[in-house]
Design a protein around this ligand. Structure first.
Ligand code: NAD
Length: 494
């Protein structure tokens, strides 16, 4: 069984702990993909040292030159797209088209950020005083710790990494313990693209040990985290105590409204896809639907018909639409939510069972699950389940739908299906979500646009888009005076 190493200062280095964890295929638990380091504080400290050492050189490299290396990384991602996507299918479980999308979006962000190397615009404006320029320019933050989730294993890392690099930061990536091989291959690409040693370091390990060691290291200037709101809040507290910059991309409980004039065929397809593709394991998955009473039954018929057609299976099967659940712990966790909802009186109208026979014996497979008659205050309606579980509510008006949609601790994405422009715009005015769609599924963000959520879905930061520059750089304000006198804007100084 191959034992993988951390990438520190350009070298592959064994963990100081000499301990490893198994990387397991969620479609076939007997398939152990490799052993990855259970790194400890010592390993993190070594990686931080390497990143700190690389910082002066990298931050002085001009942004267009940094951009060239990022562009090359993008090119290599495209060149190795098939191979990388197959690895994602094996270690994360999603289907091949979904995995290819993950790599494509990583290359897209590389190209976008490479171009940003020729922009990174600041401002030049006038001063209150004569013979003085007022300017701003971006400067790097320093050493950045990037801690990531598993559900889009390449995209989540690269959506942070390439903005961090173009701004001149050096980095330590702590990828999810469920998808370390994708990160290892990204490390290969980073080396081949020609980044100087220490600019990108990758340290594997478990959250509370390896991740936390990165957060509390005082030489790490910024933490960018994608994961659950619970862990995000704990990281935010640690960063707050240290006045460390912190960007959090967290969970969602995304709602979709179907109005009485909506195209029900399209809406049902968007819901089936949003709730059940990637087995609902997306921060932007649809987990609540609010359907107008006039079309509720028609919509439900179409939704169930479309759901029935979605084949559950391993990501390697080209017919599969619903992939396995990432690990056994999460499978049990989702099933607990389902059983609890049934016990509390919610109506289970479709699915709900773990599949363990035949094709499904070795993997973590669960039926797509639809509930109706759900108590809006129940855990099913309020908590992020991160699985293929949907609650559908019958509503009488747009006002009621928006009120229920907003009745959530989360505010990541939302969607409204209607052909009435006033309904769409009225809803957009008041929906509490960072990313809103009209007549589209609740997922599918693009790399040139900001992504992020309100309330428990984040802390106000946005990655990627040009807004990611605000996460990964600091503004420096410069007054350039050529008056040959000591002047200031507060008082006359003779
Ligand atoms: P998680 O919070 O369990 O783990 C995320 C990462 O944090 C992992 O690398 C983990 O090892 C690390 N970690 C865990 N505990 C830690 C600690 N105490 N200190 C430091 N690091 C720690 O989340 P997950 O199960 O990997 O991912 C699923 C979650 O991610 C869902 O809530 C989902 O909505 C969210 N997510 C959000 C976005 C977004 O952009 N908003 C995107 C994808 C996933």
């Amino acid at each position: 069984m191959e034992k993988y190493c951390n990438l520190i200062g350009g070298k592959l280095i064994k963990p100081s702990t000499d301990e490893y964890f198994e990387n397991i295929n969620p479609a076939d638990r007997t398939d152990i993909i490799g052993l990855f380091p259970k790194s400890g504080k010592k390993d993190i400290d070594l990686a931080v040292k390497a990143a700190k050492k690389a910082f002066p050189g990298w931050s002085k490299t001009t942004p267009p030159k940094r951009g060239r290396l990022i562009f090359e990384a993008g090119r290599l991602l495209i060149e190795r797209k098939e191979e990388l996507a197959k690895v994602i299918v094996r270690e994360m479980g999603k289907t091949m088209p979904e995995a290819v999308g993950d790599i494509q979006s990583s290359a897209d962000v590389a190209y976008f950020m490479a171009g940003e190397g020729r922009r990174l615009y600041g401002q030049t404006t006038f001063s209150e005083l004569d013979k003085r320029w007022a300017l701003t320019k971006r400067t790097p933050v320093g050493v950045c710790g990037l801690i990531t989730a598993w559900n889009a294993p390449m995209a989540i890392v690269t959506w942070k990494l390439f903005p961090a690099l173009i701004c001149g930061n050096t980095t330590i990536v702590k990828p999810s313990e469920d998808t370390p091989l994708t990160a290892h291959l990204l490390g290969e690409i980073i080396k081949e693209a020609g980044f100087p040693d220490g600019v990108v370091n990758i340290v594997y390990g478990l959250g509370p040990e390896t991740g936390e060691a990165l957060v509390v290291n005082d030489d790490v200037d910024l933490i960018s985290f994608t994961g659950s709101s619970k862990v995000g809040k704990a990281i935010s507290e640690e960063c707050g105590r240290r006045l460390k910059k912190c960007s959090l991309e967290l969970g969602g409980k995304n709602g979709l409204i179907v109005m009485d004039d909506a195209d029900l065929e399209v809406a049902a397809q968007a819901v089936a896809s949003g709730a059940f593709s990637t087995a609902g394991q997306r921060c932007a998955s649809t987990s609540r639907v609010f359907a107008h009473e006039k079309v509720y039954f028609q919509f439900m018929d179409k939704l169930i018909e479309k759901t029935k057609k979605m084949k559950i299976g391993p990501g390697t099967d080209p017919e599969t639409k619903i992939c396995p659940i990432i690990n056994e712990r999460q499978l049990k966790n989702i099933k607990k939510y389902i059983d609890e909802a049934v016990a509390e009186g919610s109506k289970l109208v479709y699915g709900g069972k773990i599949l363990a026979d035949g094709l499904y014996t070795k993997g973590n497979f669960l039926e797509p699950t639809i509930f109706t008659e759900v108590d809006v205050k129940s855990r099913l309606a309020q908590e992020e389940i991160f699985g293929p579980v949907l609650a559908v509510f019958k509503v009488r008006s747009l006002t009621e739908a928006v009120k229920l949609l907003n009745d959530s601790p989360y505010g990541l994405t939302a969607s409204v299906f209607t052909n009435r422009i006033d309904d769409a715009l009225n809803a957009l005015d008041v929906i509490q979500a960072g990313v809103c769609y009209i007549n589209a599924p609740t997922f599918g963000s693009e790399v040139h646009m900001p992504f992020g959520g309100l309330k428990d879905s984040g802390n106000g930061m946005r990655e990627p888009g040009t807004q990611a520059m605000d996460v990964f750089s600091e503004w420096k304000t410069i007054y350039l005076d050529y008056s040959n006198i000591s002047q200031n804007s507060q008082f006359k100084d003779d």
